[in-house]
Ligand binder design. Sequence first.
Ligand code: TYM
Length: 338
Amino acid sequence: MRIVSGIQPTGNLHLGNYLGAIRNWVAMQDQAAASGGQSFYFLADLHAISQPHVPAELAANTREMVAALLACGIDPKRSVLFNQAQVPAHAELQWLLNGTARMGWLNRMTQWKDKAGKNREGQSVALFTYPVLQAADVLLYQATHVPVGEDQKQHLELARDIAQKFNNDFCAEDAPLFTLPDPIIPPQAARIMSLRDGSAKMSKSDPSDMSRINLTDDADTIMQKVRKAKTDPEPLPETVAGLEGRPEAANLVGIYAAMAGTSAGAVLAEFAGKGFGQFKPALGELLVASLAPINARFVELRQDRAALDAVLAEGAERARAAAAPTLTAAYAALGLVR
Ligand code: TYM
């Protein structure tokens, strides 16, 4: 088991990141450690420069994100925790894979289409080639499992296509270089939606802070955001099928189920026939109780900048060593003399 995943250090960790990915990172770190495997988790700071950013904010957010991941339970003794910028092999392998990735493949990426909108000509080249760097991130470590939310599935499929084409074009049939990684997407919380709009995913880039629960929010803020979350006037239905066409209600029930470690059906069995006046306070309290310990650890950890930098430095050293053999083999496969 080789587990690899990343997160962009832009802004705060929110509930979508936590339930869609980070909680699974922690669970898989423990599974990997128990089975003799390894887990690699990183801050995708190189990805973060694909869109306009303020350098001082990126540096501060990188350290804050390390504190947040540690607070969520990532253990730097059991996982290799680092940032891409300290491991040049990511950028190097991306360049090598740029020879294999096809323009047509990248043109089909929905994230590229969404982020570029009608202004493709004005986007950075990095935003377009972003998925090739993501492929390099996982292929570099021979990842077998990649825990992510639903929105990253297409990028992982692209990583598999790139790996397969590289193996076909440059490796002997019985000695492929790259392992094809499998995305691991949680069944319950694959896609947490905005609290203001059940058709948009919860996101760091949403201008309204009311649209998301940040892991740094205090109890009052969480209760207020849940109270103000968009809903409909109907009571909760008896079955999951009854949530059809009610995206906001489905989202809140899904969040409750994911946080409580149960299914949407079980949540409805408890709350069927009750209105949001009853459901929202219960959801708010569940969130506050679950997130408070994480929040408290985060507030403490973020103060010690030297300790956070030391975690990144040590993780980067281990990541550089783990990445070296695959990078060397990729150069050799392409006929590059070093
Ligand atoms: P990022 O930083 O946008 O998000 C980090 C992780 O959180 C998940 N996620 C969500 N899951 C459920 N509901 C949501 N509303 C939600 N919002 C975010 C994402 O799916 C992701 O797993 N390109 C990646 C970072 C990356 C990466 C990688 C991931 C770079 N290289 C290699 C895996 C492997 C990104 O921008 O994620």
